[in-house]
Design a protein around this ligand. Structure first.
Ligand code: OOG
Ligand code: NI
Length: 419
């Protein structure tokens, strides 16, 4: 008897990303267009720019996606961590979106592969946010306890799926014949639920924040967007607009410059209204609609060192309202990879300016902007009860302890990759 064929975690990750993408394209048609146009932009770009694949092969970039999900508690985040471990994805980075210019009541991390070979095979990542129920500025004690009770009663994932995931993560592989069923069950776990939504509860949470309603107003989580990667986001923006798809006003993140692209530039199209069912207080179910799923696209550049990041933050502060961003950018960043490497502003493999290390993470300002631009309704830009103080204690080490998983420091990973 020959040994059973095994699939490694990266092969499962590739199938998981592809499965989520196929499902999403079927349900959110503008996303299908986005993927198609992204593929064309990438092929055209590589054809006309020798060396374009320095920041990732065309195959990697074309298959590359990130997604986003939101959960309600540390226990739910721990379950997500267990599930994603089966796909070779671990928690990297801590993002506190309550500190954004326009605050969102969540703290977040991203699950992704961290090894260079794994990233090259398939870099699928999922930005994962947890509702900040411990923050009394948003959730007064009575509401907090009702939200936490609601969350504790629901089950986002079938325990059998999580048990399977833990075994696969420990073995680093699974039998080929069980892979399809495992991946399909994981994809299904992130579908948009069609269950009737308790209207009164949903509306009460909406008054705190649309994000609170999106997370804790329903009994499941869902992929709220998927993001293909492009090598030229300005070209993508133009082609999508020409196709009649209304994108948000801006490309978030650094401006287009003549020099090396840094970090991450992103833009999105607004969520479209999708039918849903609401259950009223008297139990009657009626048809309604929600805008909860959208599409986003991104271009990735070289990862910045802490020193480069401080420059970036200073440049971005200066750029607000600036008419000629590329000129201001030149006051902060040199125009060649050689200079970027010499000044230790960005990471390059063994310091070689021909070998940039791509930024694999997210930007809190852009993330908050993506949340904000896609909320159906948000009555308030800031926390509800300004007199209350934040005694939540949220930070990276709290979160890591609460979910029982390491949260990797992205700078440590970039340092290792550059050594
Ligand atoms: C996550 C928004 C963050 C990004 O690309 O910055 C994000 C969300 O809306 O849940 O995906
Ligand atoms: Ni995103």
């Amino acid at each position: 008897m020959s040994p059973a064929k095994r699939l490694l975690t990266w092969q499962l990750r590739e199938r998981f990303a592809a499965g989520l993408s196929a499902r999403y394209a079927g349900e959110v048609p503008a996303y299908g267009t986005l993927v198609e146009v992204s593929g064309q932009v990438n092929a055209d770009y590589v054809a006309h720019h020798p060396g374009a694949e320095r920041l990732g092969s065309l195959a990697r970039v074309t298959a590359e996606r990130h997604g986003a999900i939101r959960v309600g508690s540390p226990a739910e985040l721990a379950a997500v961590a267990d599930l994603f471990a089966a796909f070779g994805m671990v928690a990297v980075g801590y993002y506190d979106l309550r500190r954004a210019r326009s605050p969102i009541p969540v703290v977040s991390t991203a699950f992704r592969p961290i090894d260079a070979n794994e990233l090259a095979r398939n870099p699928f990542r999922v930005f994962t946010s947890m509702l900040a129920t411990r923050d009394a500025r948003y959730f007064e004690p009575d509401l907090r306890s009702r939200v936490e009770t609601f969350i504790a009663r629901r089950e986002l994932f079938d325990p059998a799926l999580l048990a399977r995931a833990r075994i696969i993560a420990a073995e680093g592989a699974c039998d080929a014949e069980e892979a399809d069923a495992f991946v399909a069950a994981a994809v299904d776990a992130f579908a948009l639920s069609r269950e009737p939504i308790d209207k009164h509860w949903y509306d009460e949470l909406s008054r705190v924040s649309a994000v609170a309603a999106d997370i804790a107003g329903v009994c499941s989580t869902h992929i709220n967007h998927l993001t293909p990667r492009v090598l030229d986001i300005d070209e993508l923006y133009q082609r999508m607009t020409d196709r009649g798809i209304a994108m948000i006003d801006a490309i978030q993140g650094p401006p287009r410059t003549g020099g090396p692209p840094v970090l991450l530039r992103q833009t999105s199209f607004r969520a479209l209204a999708e039918p849903c069912l609401f259950r009223g207080r008297d139990g009657t179910v009626s048809a309604g609609s929600l805008r909860v799923r959208f599409g986003e696209v991104e271009a990735r550049g070289v990862a910045l060192t802490p020193r480069g990041r401080a420059r970036y933050d200073a440049a971005m502060a200066r750029l607000v309202g600036e008419a000629d961003p590329a000129r201001v950018w030149g006051d902060y960043f040199p125009s060649t990879d050689e200079e970027m490497a010499a000044q230790r502003l960005a990471y390059y493999r063994r310091g070689d300016p021909a070998a940039p290390i791509v930024y694999e993470d997210f930007l809190p300002a852009s993330a908050a902007g993506i949340f904000r631009s896609n909320l159906d309704r948000d009555p308030r830009a800031g926390p509800k009860t300004w007199h209350a103080v934040d005694q939540s204690g949220y930070d990276a080490s709290w979160l890591s302890g609460a979910i029982g998983h390491d949260i990797h420091d992205p700078y440590v990973l970039y340092e290792e990759a550059s050594a």
